[in-house]
Write a protein that binds this ligand. Structure first.
Ligand code: NAD
Ligand code: 6OD
Length: 489
């Protein structure tokens, strides 16, 4: 049986305590994972501290960028290994893992190497009343040892989204991937070893949240910052833990995202876009649209078109290149999503399509599948309209005016993303800016430029990462103020 080990101070470390890594497509055992105990987590943090105090912390920007490029190149060389690990850990289709998750892993290292090399530093000249002046300039230094805790839905993409800028800024990291998806993170540790990243710079600890590696990281006085992606409730627990030692946090949390479809949209392109926005990764993307508002004149046509497209979705093995939708991550998560299908019925919804567990009559019946599901007829106050479900499901509802739909779309405690579909350029800008979210897409969804700020408001997170925003989070900035006497000749 394959073993997934921790990576601490440049060595793969075993634990007497093992847990199972399952393939969600058929529930089969893929690997046994070595769970890090508190002593191992503390050893990882101490190794990180030594690394930051050593040559790594003092390395020139150019040399650190070269290390990041080497990591990206090695990830490309091992593309097929990452692809296989991502598909078997998550059950997501080849069509997604090969075009989004695995390429983005390497891209995250390249973009932050590029940004690091060109990042400006602030400088101000201050004129003083006595004729002297002051020069202020900012110096960027590592924060120290950064704790990184990531979820299972896009495990490689989201882990590297934080590891890359943290390393770019000269930090060491102690990373804990989700217990559901430990495989690609372990491959990343192999990459670090192969390309010669110094011991202690990248540490990987496997385990769970409470009472396990996640909690050991967040409660440690020796971790200098915590960056977390996951559920809003978990963010709240981590914030409490981090408060004890007052440390910087960056949170990318849950969403209950709205899509707004105006009658003047390009209908066919909108249906293409919305099929992705609702069903990509079986709806397990924090940005997915679970609340879809459609202008009344095209409401019936929209519902019929989505239902028609759903009937040809292909739920099949991840390795089949024609598969369009995979399973959910776990039995527990499948039961949660099915419970919301039932809550919708209890709340009086119409289930236009789906709503059940598919029957395959092969090993997939032991996996964690649900049907893609389209719901209508609920009020904006229904639980299915307010709580994040995180499955292949959306509720579609009609609206009549721009002002009405802006108010309804913003009526949520989350604030991650919105997508607006219209051919009216003035309305596009007006509505996009009115959304209380971290990102508003117009005639697009999950279209990323990694230099832009990414994050959410309200229950969806704290802070922004991406481009310079990441460099600023993962750096300690020191402003140097120099008084200069006299005037230049
Ligand atoms: P989760 O919060 O259950 O777990 C995320 C990570 O936190 C895991 O590694 C887990 O082991 C760890 N963890 C859990 N409890 C902890 C604790 N008390 N202390 C320390 N660590 C703890 O989230 P999930 O189920 O893995 O992921 C799905 C959620 O993530 C959804 O809500 C989704 O919207 C959100 N998400 C948000 C973004 C974003 O960018 N905003 C991206 C992806 C996923
Ligand atoms: O694209 C990204 O950088 C990012 N953080 C995506 C998050 C997706 C949520 O599931």
């Amino acid at each position: 049986m394959k073993q997934l080990r921790n990576y601490i101070d440049g060595k793969f470390v075993e634990s007497p305590k093992l847990f199972d890594d399952l393939n969600p497509a058929d529930g089969s055992l893929i690997a046994q994972v070595h769970e890090a105990d508190r002593t191992m987590v503390d050893a990882a943090i101490a190794a990180g501290r030594r690394a930051v105090g050593g040559p790594w912390g003092k390395m020139s920007v150019e040399d650190r960028a070269k290390v990041l490029y080497r990591i990206a190149d090695e990830m490309d060389r091992r593309f097929d290994d990452f692809l296989e690990a991502e598909m078997s850990d998550t059950g997501k289709p080849h069509s997604m893992a090969s075009t989004i998750d695995v390429p983005r892993g390497a891209a995250n290292f390249r973009i932050f190497a590029d940004i690091l090399k060109t990042a400006p530093l602030e400088s101000f000249r201050t004129t003083l009343p006595d004729g002297a002046h002051a020069i202020n300039y900012t110096v960027r230094k590592p924060l120290g040892v950064v704790g990184i805790i990531s979820p299972w839905n896009l495990p490689l993409l989201l882990l590297t989204w934080k590891v890359a800028p943290a390393l770019a800024c000269g930090n060491a990291v102690v990373a804990k991937p989700s217990e559901e998806t430990p495989a690609t993170a372990t491959l990343l540790a192999e990459v670090m070893e192969t390309v010669g990243v110094p011991p202690g710079v990248f540490n990987l600890v496997h385990g769970f949240g409470p009472g396990s590696a996640g909690e050991f990281i967040t409660t440690s006085a020796d971790i200098d910052a915590i960056t977390f992606t996951g559920e809003s409730r978990t963010g709240s627990a981590i914030m409490r833990a981090a408060a004890e030692h007052v440390k910087p946090i960056s949170f990318e949390l849950g969403g209950k995202n709205a899509a707004i479809v105006f009658a003047d949209c390009d209908f066919d392109k909108t249906i293409d876009g919305m099929m992705r926005a609702i069903f990509l990764n079986s709806g397990q993307v924090c940005l997915c649209s679970e609340r879809v508002f459609v202008e009344r004149p095209i409401y019936d046509r929209f519902v019929a078109a989505v239902a028609e497209r759903m009937s040809s979705m292909k739920l099949d093995w991840p390795t089949n290149k024609a598969t369009t939708m995979g399973p959910l991550i776990s039995a527990e998560h499948r039961d949660k999503v099915l419970s919301y299908y039932q809550i919708a019925r209890d709340e009086g919804a119409t289930i236009v399509a789906g709503g059940k567990v598919p029957k395959f009559s092969d090993a997939r019946d032991k996996g964690f599948w649900v049907e893609p599901t389209l719901i209508t007829g609920l009020s904006d106050q229904a639980r299915c309209m307010r709580e994040e479900i995180f499955g292949p499901v959306c509720h579609v509802t009609p609206f009549d005016t721009e002002a009405e739909v802006i108010a309804r779309a913003n009526d949520t405690r989350y604030g991650l993303a919105a997508s607006i579909w219209t051919s009216n350029v003035n309305r596009a800008h007006r509505v996009a800016e009115s959304m209380r979210v971290g990102i508003s897409w117009v005639n697009a969804w999950f279209l990323r430029d990694l230099r832009t700020p990414f994050g959410g408001s309200g229950l969806s997170g704290i802070g922004r990462e991406g481009g310079m925003h990441s460099l600023n989070f993962y750096s300690e900035l020191t402003n140097v103020c120099v008084r200069v006497e006299g005037a230049a000749a």
